[in-house]
Design a protein around this ligand. Structure first.
Ligand code: NAP
Length: 280
């Protein structure tokens, strides 16, 4: 990975942090995206001690579109090269709450931030081709539909429905993006990391916490959970592969509905509007 520049969102914890460490230890210049200045700086220092790699950071709360746009500008001031973009930051939300832009938190962070950041960095990726876009989705997308009438829990909100729907959106976005990237030398893939013992499980409703603590013992480690994203970022065998969903470092089938191109395009158009890109 020497000479490669990688941007990893959600790199202050969980699988994103492990992935950043692995890429740095393979020689890449890794730019972590965090939202809490103190926590992010501590992680950067920890990873530098562990890898002696070239590790930098940028700050953004990715649920706010103005901050996503500022992040893209900040990145451009640092580099005109981007070989790997890893959209990984994600969360669950116990209650329905809106961001400053007026979008439900899960939808804003888990889907709209991937969509907006990728668009804002697309020219950088194309100029750096061969380049890779990696979207961290979830096996949870198999349970989901895109419910346009209740997209942001307006009628009824459930943490699991909102999360699974946002992860289906990651897969639909990846496939629609892949079509548009044909011939550019930029690939777009998505993945399920496994069921991983990370902080994400502590963000549910309070009553689920004792249960979450028990089941975490049966989950895989963040090191194991990061393997598929590291594989997608680094593998030499992968380069022709694009528009695929990976699990356990292998391309596998995603849910039937995720291949529906009409749905992919409907979501694409709506996402353009919701991120203000339709007016650009
Ligand atoms: N864990 C699993 O079993 C599992 C399974 C399938 C898919 N996934 C996916 O894997 C990805 C990473 O999750 P994880 O399990 O590693 O979770 P995690 O340990 O909770 O890490 C989430 C990361 O996202 C960051 N983040 C959260 N909200 C943010 C915001 N508003 N702006 C910027 N960054 C924000 C967090 O920053 P802070 O450190 O500041 O909180 C943290 O770095 C997610 O997309 C998740 O959906 C996880």
């Amino acid at each position: 990975m020497e000479g490669k520049v990688c941007l990893v969102t959600g790199a202050t914890a969980g699988i994103g942090k492990v992935c950043a460490r692995e890429l740095a230890s393979r020689g890449a210049r890794v730019i972590l995206v965090g939202r809490n200045p103190e926590k992010t700086l501590n992680v950067v220092q920890e990873l530098k001690r562990q890898t002696e790699g070239q590790i930098e950071y940028l700050l953004a709360d990715l649920s706010e579109q103005a901050q996503v746009r500022q992040l893209a500008r900040d990145l451009r001031e640092r580099t005109d090269q981007l070989d790997v973009l890893i959209n990984n930051a994600g969360a669950v939300f116990a209650k329905r709450e809106l961001t400053v832009d007026g979008y439900e938190n899960t939808w804003a962070l888990n889907h709209l931030s991937y969509f907006l950041l990728t668009h804002l960095l697309l020219d950088l990726l194309k100029n750096s081709a061969p380049a890779r876009i990696i979207n961290v989705a979830s096996v949870g997308h198999f349970q989901a539909v895109i419910d346009f009438a209740n997209l942001q829990g307006e009628e009824h909100f459930s943490l699991m429905n909102a999360y699974a729907q946002s992860k289906l959106a990651n897969v639909l976005f990846t496939y629609a993006l892949d079509r548009r990237l044909a011939g550019t030398g930029v690939t777009a893939n998505c993945l399920h990391p496994g069921v991983v013992a990370t902080d994400i499980w502590s963000k549910g409703a309070a009553w689920t916490q004792p249960f979450a603590k028990v089941i975490q013992k049966f989950m895989i480690s963040p090191e194991k959970g990061a393997e598929t994203m590291v594989y997608l970022a680094t593998s030499n065998q992968l380069s022709p592969d694009s528009g695929r969903y990976f699990d356990n470092c292998k391309a596998v089938k995603s849910s039937k509905i995720s291949y529906n191109e009409v749905l992919q395009e409907r979501l694409w158009d709506l996402s353009l509007q919701m991120t203000g890109l339709a007016d650009a």
